[in-house]
Write a protein that binds this ligand. Structure first.
Ligand code: ASP
Ligand code: MG
Length: 410
């Protein structure tokens, strides 16, 4: 088998942990597998490097910033290769450009275009453990690029796809994907399996286990993805294609996003181009808009438009929306903070009725008022007051049968 293993920052946080990773990679090699290991920068290192660039320049050029932050991974691959060699096994380190991970030129947020597998194949043929720097690549002009925060996950999955690996194992400081955040709900249960689509929804809803792009990549190329702990022997969670058994489960996970702010633009003229204007201007300013709801036009030919943004974008949004509101002849703009979004996710929703009704009933029974509802094929989200967020998550967790049982307790 060919296995790609990825270890995050905490897993390579110090010399002893790096040796621990070396032992794991060697043991996979000894089982007879070809092993490619992708590593992140040591814990805290990327932040430290980013900060340094900001101490030198008020608005650092992104090209040079990538030159600086990509060095964190250079240190880790060198150290890990040394640790493996010290244990009398063969290893060779590779930076992005030495593999040839070709990306576009979007510094700080580059996308992988292609991967040349020649050098890695050659290394594996020599029975070496190939140790590859995560998070970095090179563009067609030879510039160093980075893939966005958490990008080593994407490096690993992309390599697994390019090498047609049998498995991609993401080692992190949690032992898998949970039904919900265990810090919010102590009855959260570790999932044995979850579908790509569900994982994608959970990742985009703020569960930080995997970079979203890595899940998209895995889904596109059908790479079986394991999320495991680098500190235990736990089998972890498998992210894979959906099968019939998964559809029997109505809800697989519950996600919570806090700190949203809701804007309502009232009395918007109901004619073509208005939504494009409002959200186009927000997008131009880099504001990421989350839930959008527009009410049907009233008799006076006007509608209300509601949407949410994260707390960091509130000021920008407020100013912009008021200005555009005037331009398009809308009424007043309301704005409130302290909103949370609770979402239930599950592929089983596709062919089962009544899931939404049940969610609303559970919230009603807890006296939680729903401000806005939005749905997709496998997800239902409700905006509620932030102060009820944890209560809502726990109630839904129990109601949809996600609580861990005594026997499943680990
Ligand atoms: N070191 C990079 C970061 O901190 C990439 C990664 O950890 O995946 O974002
Ligand atoms: Mg990470």
């Amino acid at each position: 088998m060919l296995i790609v293993q990825k270890y995050g920052g905490t897993s390579v946080g110090d010399a002893e942990r790096i040796r621990n990773v070396a032992r794991r990679a060697i043991s996979a090699r000894k089982e007879g597998h070809d092993v490619v290991v992708v590593v992140s920068a040591m814990a805290g290192e990327t932040n430290r490097l980013l900060k340094l660039t900001c101490e030198i320049a008020r608005r650092p050029s992104q090209r040079e910033q990538d030159v600086v932050v990509s060095t964190g991974e250079q240190v880790s691959v060198g150290l890990l290769a040394l640790a493996i060699q010290e244990m009398k096994a063969k290893a060779r380190s590779f930076l992005g450009h030495q593999v040839r991970i070709l990306t576009d030129s979007a510094f700080a947020n580059a996308r992988i275009r292609s991967i040349d597998d020649t050098n890695l194949r050659e290394s594996l043929r020599k029975k070496e453990i190939a140790v590859v720097a995560g998070f970095q690549g090179i563009d067609e002009h030879g510039n160093i690029t980075t893939l966005g925060r958490g990008g080593s996950d994407t490096t690993a999955v992309a390599l697994a796809a390019a090498l047609k690996a049998d498995a991609c194992e993401i080692y992190t400081d949690v032992d898998g994907v949970y039904t919900t955040d265990p810090r919010v709900c102590e009855r959260a249960r570790k999932l044995q399996r979850i579908s790509y689509e569900e994982m994608l929804e959970l990742a985009s809803l703020g569960s930080k286990v995997l970079q979203i792009r890595s899940v998209e990549f895995a889904m596109k190329y059908k790479v079986p993805l394991w999320v495991k702990s680098s500190f235990t022997g736990d089998p972890g969670t498998l992210v894979c294609e959906e099968d019939a058994a998964m559809e029997d489960v109505l809800v697989s996970g519950i996600a919570l996003t806090r700190d949203e702010s809701r804007f309502v633009v009232r009395g918007v003229p109901d004619k073509p181009g208005i939504a494009a204007k409002v959200f186009g201007s927000l997008a131009e300013q880099g504001v990421v808009v989350d839930v959008i709801v527009q009410t049907p036009a009233r008799e006076d030919g006007r509608t209300d438009m509601a949407f949410t943004v994260g707390r960091l974008d509130v000021e920008k949004t407020n100013e912009l929306v008021r200005r555009i509101g005037k331009q398009i002849g809308a009424g007043k703009v309301d704005h409130e903070e302290g909103i949370a979004k609770v979402s239930i996710v599950g592929v089983g929703m596709r062919n089962h009725a009544g899931v939404a009704a049940k969610m609303f009933q559970v919230l009603a029974d807890e006296g939680v008022n729903i401000r806005v509802i939005s749905t997709s094929e496998i997800k239902i989200s409700c905006l509620i007051d932030e102060k009820y967020a944890e209560l809502a998550v726990r109630a839904l967790h129990t109601a949809f049968g996600l609580d861990k049982t005594e026997t499943a307790k680990s």
